[in-house]
Design a protein around this ligand. Structure first.
Ligand code: UT7
Length: 310
């Protein structure tokens, strides 16, 4: 599988730590030292669809891929604008893609983009000559409780998109899931039919991430027959700078090898890895033939890591 080009789209509105500290009892110093986050983008009018379509349009332009060459649209999200039609179907309409497109949403929360890439690789191998769009798009602010200081400081909105083809070396992947409603959930239906806001046991998620992700990366490297030193870029889901620090420590590798941008966007769930890859592409950090390791974890609980050749 090959990623041909990336695109991204962030809402214009920005909510920084100073502004948050006027909404809820918190402060910039606590947020920065505990998470690494300074600001996040928040949608005011933008939707999961509009962000997804804009990111995908940019990726297609950069890839030089025309709408009729797209055979697959996977939108990874846990915050779709509606239950049905899927965001992916509306992306087909918005971008003027052909009707011979397989389009669906995929919910693996913050592991979504990794699940999405692996799913796309499998499906594209049966669609000769066609390209896939794998998009992570979230408007998490619509499910966040802005009176809960333990969660509202973390999350932001945004989208990132990849144009992918089945060509090139196969990706190597490691995945898992461990069903659990208590640790991290959003939109759970109450008896009156309303949807509960995002609820999280932060400490449990932290513990889960720092044990599961290094183990998954080790399994992945074993499968690939590579050492971590042979990997050119490591991009983890941007959930908390301290989680990335701990993963680096567990893997006994240099923190500087991990690309991080959580400072500017907070945790954008399924969009965090593609937004990071898009930035890396724009900065000229990614070169054809580079080995890129991606790792995600989140609600489900889900996790996944994937090794691909750029
Ligand atoms: O994509 C996956 C999604 N989720 C995550 O990755 C979340 C993973 N977990 C985390 O990132 C961290 O657990 C948090 C950032 C959510 C919380 O950090 P923590 O170091 O685990 O803090 P804590 O919950 O243990 O709270 C420590 C103290 C508490 O006060 P006391 O009881 O010690 O007096 C909290 O009430 O900090 C307090 N606190 C805050 N203070 C200022 C909690 N949130 C805040 C806040 N501002 N926003």
């Amino acid at each position: 599988m090959q990623i041909i080009a990336m695109g991204s789209c962030l809402p214009e509105g920005i909510l920084d730590n100073e502004q948050l500290s006027r909404m809820v009892e918190t402060n910039d110093e606590w947020i920065v030292t505990r998470t690494g986050i300074r600001q996040r983008h928040i949608a005011h009018g933008e939707t999961t669809l509009s962000l997804a379509a804009a990111a995908a349009r940019q990726a297609m332009e950069r890839a030089g891929v025309a709408p009729d060459r797209i055979g697959l649209v996977v939108v990874c999200t846990f915050t779709p604008d509606q239950a049905t039609p899927s965001t992916a179907c509306l992306v087909q309409q918005e971008l003027g893609l052909g009707q011979d497109v397989l389009a669906f949403d995929l919910n693996a929360a913050c592991s979504g983009f990794i699940y999405g890439l692996a799913t796309a690789e499998g499906l594209l191998s049966r669609m000769e000559g066609r390209y896939g769009l794998v998009i992570g798009s979230e408007v998490i602010s619509r499910t966040v409780d802005y009176t809960d200081r333990g969660t509202c400081i973390l999350f932001g909105d945004g989208a990132g998109a990849a144009v992918v083809s089945a060509e090139g070396p196969a990706a190597v992947a490691d995945f898992g899931c461990n069903g659990d409603l208590a640790v991290l959930s959003a939109g759970v239906r109450r008896e009156d039919g309303s949807a509960a806001p995002l609820a999280m046991n932060g400490k449990e998620v932290f513990r889960f991430a720092v044990s599961t992700v290094p183990a998954s990366i080790r399994k992945l490297l074993d499968k690939a027959g590579l050492s971590l030193d042979e990997v050119d870029h490591i991009v983890c889901h941007q959930a908390n700078h301290r989680i990335v620090e701990s993963i680096a420590r567990h893997l006994q590798t240099d923190l500087g090898r991990f690309y991080e941008n959580i400072e500017f966007y907070g945790n954008t769930s399924a969009a965090s890895i593609p937004i990071a890859l898009c930035e890396m592409q724009e900065k000229g950090l990614l070169h054809r033939g580079d080995t890129v390791l991606l790792a995600g974890f989140g609600s489900g609980l889900t996790w996944g890591s994937l090794l691909l050749t750029w």
